[in-house]
Design a protein around this ligand. Structure first.
Ligand SMILES: Nc1nc2c(c(=O)[nH]1)N[C@H]1C(S)=C(S)[C@@H](COP(=O)(O)O)O[C@H]1N2
Ligand SMILES: [Mo]
Length: 376
């Protein structure tokens, strides 16, 4: 692997972050990541709740094997009563089920120019699941965090190297963000035990935030007296332009609407084909900061927009909202686009403002469609 194999160093094995050169296509390393971390096939936007195998997946290192009989959740740091809770003890506490749309902060990255070399998401790094577990605040209440607590640091059972730094996957979340009743320590997804790839036996769910906050394979919670400065908070998951900037931490999901690609696809290009006449269009839209208030559709590449019909509120604050409309398809080449606006007035840009790691990208979703000349 390394020429002087007697003295290998992590920094020789672990690749630095970089931008693709002009015209550089997706490479084998990105392909290897994409094959492990799959997206939601866009036709699966039809489901209100995503069947687990169709929910997107993002795992930095390996999926760890956790023996639930040997496992317990440690709660420590600045707490009055340190705890070690078994899975049965957690399951005996009052539970809550919350429907949550989760999106990876890197969604859309592959379309950026220059492309940050990493998991090369197109637009499909999203899914919606019903998570069941114990509200985090109930567990914290039992542990009695001290007045001087600032962050809760969540540690997963997975371990790896990233840009030369060996680590457990670990994230800090401000204590102030742990108070909502919908922030869960979840042991079930869609009514069944968590699948191994989604964090068995226990994961954190932070509704409304990009996925990196929802630590899987959770084994340790620590209340700290200062903001966590570990890799996943201080180095990764920051919106920065230059290499040396501190940047802004990635947190709440920006608004985004996606379209179920209409008609049928070409196998290799995925290009869509429809026949002339009325085409039903549908999809989903979500935003972490505030509920989606409007979805607009364009059939001419973004020149003219009309409003889609939003499905009635379902009472699931953290879940995506269904939208529908129709389009009169005439023979020719078309570009359909869709964009959402949320209740705080945030929308989606036509072209993405670039950042170094490709985070929080929410450019308008575009789908090219060929309408055939006849009914044949
Ligand atoms: N322990 C651990 N938790 C993790 C990750 C990880 O690699 N390890 N990936 C994070 C990221 S970047 C995302 S987007 C979500 C993905 O959750 P999912 O795979 O269940 O869809 O998990 C988050 N939690
Ligand atoms: Mo992610």
């Amino acid at each position: 692997m390394h020429p002087d194999g007697m003295n290998p160093k992590l920094s020789d094995i672990s690749l630095p972050s970089r931008l693709a050169a002009e015209g550089e296509g997706i490479g084998m390393e990105e392909l290897a990541l994409a094959a492990r971390n799959h997206g939601l096939p866009l036709e699966a936007l039809r489901h209100d709740v995503t069947p687990p195998g169709l929910h997107y997946l993002l795992t930095h290192y390996d999926i760890p094997h956790v023996d639930p009989g040997m496992w317990s959740l440690r709660v420590g740091g600045l707490v009055g009563t340190p705890l070690a809770l078994t899975l049965d003890e957690l399951k005996a506490m009052p539970s809550r089920t919350v429907r949550v749309t989760m999106e990876c902060a890197g969604n859309g990255r592959a379309a950026l120019v220059p492309r940050p070399v990493s998991q090369p998401w197109l637009v499909e790094a999203v899914g919606t699941a019903e998570w069941t577990g114990v509200p985090l605040r109930d567990v914290l209440e039992r542990a009695k965090p001290g007045e001087d607590g600032v962050d809760v640091v969540f540690t997963g059972a997975d371990h790896g190297i990233e840009r030369g730094v060996e680590q457990d996957y670990r994230r800090g979340l401000p204590l102030a963000e742990t108070r909502g009743e919908d922030v869960l320590l979840a042991y079930a997804m869609n009514g069944a035990d968590l699948p191994p790839q989604h964090g068995f036996p226990l994961r954190l769910i932070v509704p409304g935030w990009y996925g990196m906050a929802s630590v899987k394979w959770l084994c340790d919670l620590e209340v700290t007296g200062s903001a966590f400065t570990g890799f996943q908070n201080a180095v990764a998951y920051r919106v920065r332009h230059g290499e040396d900037e501190d940047g802004e931490p990635v947190s709440w999901m920006a608004p985004r609407a996606l379209l179920i690609p209409p008609g049928f696809p070409d196998f290799l290009s995925r290009h869509r084909i429809v026949r002339p006449g009325t085409v039903e269009l549908a999809g989903r839209a979500w935003s972490g900061r505030a509920p989606v208030s409007e979805v607009e559709v364009s059939a001419d590449g973004g020149e003219h927009w009309w409003s889609a019909t939003l499905a009635a509120e379902t009472g699931h604050r953290w879940a995506w909202r269904r939208w529908t409309t129709t389009w009169e398809a005439r023979p020719g080449q078309h570009e359909l686009s869709v964009r959402a606006v949320d209740g705080s007035g945030n929308g989606q840009p036509a072209r993405q403002a670039w950042n170094r790691r490709g985070f929080a990208n929410n450019a308008v979703h575009r789908v090219r469609v060929t309408c055939l000349a006849d009914q044949g």
